[in-house]
Design a protein around this ligand. Structure first.
Ligand code: GLP
Length: 237
């Protein structure tokens, strides 16, 4: 595991954007795993700027997002579909058919989970996966206690996660209780992983990860068993 300590959110965003730009430049038809939340917003901004400056094209890139809420309309302001369009997809030359998010409105959610992993396989697997980390160590929406061998699945969100994410909704009662998420095993299949964690709020989680103890009670710890992970962390907020 490679650790990169930085001081500011801008630095995290730039270092992460450099890794993603290099990946796309070296392999224009890269398959990227993408994440939502506050952490990656700056990196997406930087990628958009590089695209607008003519330095980066997404025209052959495919993307797979980690997760989506169950039950939200795709166009809902709080859906991850909307987040990704407002922060990245609307401003780059990615083809609509190359954008993939799990469908949290599927009538057959179990089948959607299997199909999502299938679509990733068909695309040749994820070359580079971006992750944030929850304060409780969750990655994607894999909450503490998730088996490491889980593939894409439906999860019940913990109260702590619902409360954290309530800022994106009018109030807590509107935060969905369930989500569809790539499983830890699906994430571990990525050839390379970059995890970004900014601010004091995430320090405990980073310290736990650094301690080297692998346990299903702390989902991100399974990353210690992956051969190519970079953690970019630091900053105060
Ligand atoms: C959500 C997402 C995670 C993300 C986490 C942290 O729960 N499902 O993928 O890593 O939030 O978000 P933030 O970056 O806003 O702290």
């Amino acid at each position: 595991m490679k650790w990169i300590a930085v001081n500011t959110y801008e630095e995290i965003s730039e270092v992460a954007a450099n890794i993603f730009s290099k990946q796309i430049q070296e392999k224009p038809n890269s398959v990227l795993g993408l994440a939502t939340g506050g952490s990656p917003v700056g990196m997406y901004k930087e990628l958009v700027a590089r695209h607008q400056a003519g330095r980066l094209s997404f025209k052959d890139v495919q993307t797979f997002n980690l997760d989506e809420y169950v039950g939200l309309e795709q166009a809902s302001p709080a859906s991850y579909w909307t987040f990704m369009h407002e922060n990245l997809f609307n401003f780059v030359d990615i083809l609509t058919e190359n954008i993939h998010l799990p469908n949290g409105k599927s009538e057959d959610l179990a089948a959607e989970c299997v199909a999502y992993d299938g679509r990733i396989e068909e695309a040749g697997g994820i070359d580079l996966q971006l992750l944030g980390i929850g304060v409780n160590g969750h990655i994607g929406f894999n909450e503490p206690g998730t088996p490491f061998d889980a593939t894409t699945n439906i999860v019940e969100l913990t109260e702590s996660t619902r409360t954290e994410n309530a800022v994106y909704f009018d109030n807590l009662s509107e935060v969905p209780t369930h989500a569809i998420t790539m499983g830890i095993q699906s994430i571990m299949k990525a050839k390379e992983i970059v995890l970004i964690a900014f601010g004091e709020k995430k320090l405990d989680a980073i310290e736990k990860l650094k301690s080297g103890h692998v346990t299903e009670d702390f989902p991100a710890s399974q990353l210690l068993n992956h051969p190519n992970v970079t953690i970019i962390y630091g900053g105060t907020n």
